[in-house]
Design a protein around this ligand. Structure first.
Ligand SMILES: [Zn+2]
Length: 243
């Protein structure tokens, strides 16, 4: 089993070269899966709710079955030496708790819970606390190899359908924070570089980029000290882009 100490060593290795220029770019996974033309077959999965213990049905199709994909993630955690379990919630408990699934991992006998996103039941869920398949895949990649950001972003060994999402350093950091519970702090230089990378990814206009960078820099300077937690960084992003 992987220990917290071993995981922290991986994190040290990953974050050692974080100011390197090569780390601030976004890459598109090359192995996006192609669906062949197939008619989906309806399937019903029966599960017990982890919270109220009621048995309930999930109606889905063999093609849209993301639940199976998260079961695969659990297997991948076990393979890299991390105990993991997927916990299902019934629609009533989803409404009450604001998430659809819980993925529990155990490190040094401490349970860490994250919230896989499926979007299946048509119930409003708190998207800020959820993680998607790509986030989990990034965490598995982190656990299975000793990566630097550069090697991470070069690695084209992505095995799943990422729906054309682009990977960047912040996505890796956020996934490690949300799913493994790792504390990640940005020094201001790192935060600024990360922000510039983010703006370049989402905005095409030079004038706009300049405006956003200035706005972020101002907000950054209002923070005391030289470091901020990744959660603070995410809040800053949110305050600037209003999402
Ligand atoms: Zn329930």
């Amino acid at each position: 089993m992987l220990s917290r100490e071993e995981i922290n060593k991986k994190l040290d290795k990953l974050r050692k070269s974080r100011i390197e220029d090569g780390s601030y770019k976004s890459v598109k996974p090359v192995n996006a899966m192609c669906y062949s033309m197939m008619f989906p077959t309806s399937i019903t999965i029966q599960k017990d709710c982890y919270h109220c213990h009621k048995t309930f049905d999930i109606e889905t199709t063999d093609i849209d079955n993301d639940f199976d994909e998260y079961e695969e993630i659990v297997k991948k955690f076990l393979k890299v030496g991390v105990e993991a379990e997927l916990r299902y919630l019934c629609p009533d408990c989803i409404k009450e708790k604001g998430h659809e699934l819980e993925l529990m991992i155990k490190i040094d006998s401490n349970e860490i819970i994250s919230y896989p996103y499926v979007g299946h039941f048509g119930i409003n869920i708190d998207s800020k606390k959820t993680s998607n398949l790509l986030d989990y895949e990034l965490v598995i990649m982190f656990l299975s190899k000793n990566h630097t950001y550069k090697s991470f972003l070069k690695d084209d060994n992505f095995s799943m359908d990422f729906r054309d999402r682009q990977v960047d350093k912040f996505m890796i950091d956020r996934a490690l924070n949300m799913i493994l519970g790792l504390d990640i702090e940005y020094d201001k230089k790192e935060a600024m570089k990360q922000f510039e990378c983010f703006v370049n990814k989402y905005s095409g206009l030079k004038k706009e980029i300049k405006k956003y960078n200035k706005k972020f820099n101002e907000k950054l300077n209002q923070i005391d000290g030289d470091v901020l937690k990744i959660e603070q960084f995410a809040e800053l992003l949110e305050s600037i882009f209003n999402f």
